[in-house]
Structure formats: C-alpha cells, structure tokens
Design a protein around this ligand. Structure first.
Ligand SMILES: [Zn+2]
Length: 69
C-alpha cells in the first residue's frame, strides 16, 4: 500500500481572512493569506478597529417636547 499523505511534502493552511485552504508555499508572498486581496482586507480590518466610532448620546431633554403655557 502506498501512503498518499506524505509528511513534509505539502502543508495546507487556512487563510485567516476567507478560511480558504491553501498550500503553504514559501514562494507565496501573501502567506499565510491566499491572496493579496485577503491580506489587504485583514490590514483594513485592523486599521478600522484602531479608531473608535463615537456613538451619539441622546439626552432625555430632546424627548421632552411638551411645552406648557
Ligand atoms: Zn483568503
């Protein structure tokens, strides 16, 4: 019987961005990502998390619109 799964031959890793199984190739400049697109998307996510989005607080005074004369 021949073993199809030879150790140290090919190593599959999941792209951190799209979870696509790719061959871990030292020639791949985008590793561990599958492509440049996923690499940039991951960098974009990291950048978007760095700045905080201010949530506008609505005070109860704005709801009080009843004017009594
Ligand atoms: Zn990917």
């Amino acid at each position: 019987m021949q073993s199809l799964n030879r150790p140290g031959k090919k190593r599959l890793v999941a792209c951190p961005q799209c979870k696509t199984m790719i061959e871990y190739n030292p020639d791949n400049p985008f590793r561990p990502f599958c492509s440049e697109r996923c690499r940039l998307m991951d960098l974009g996510q990291w950048a978007s998390e760095s700045y905080t989005i201010a949530v506008p607080v609505q005070p109860d005074d704005l709801l009080d619109d009843s004017s009594e004369c």
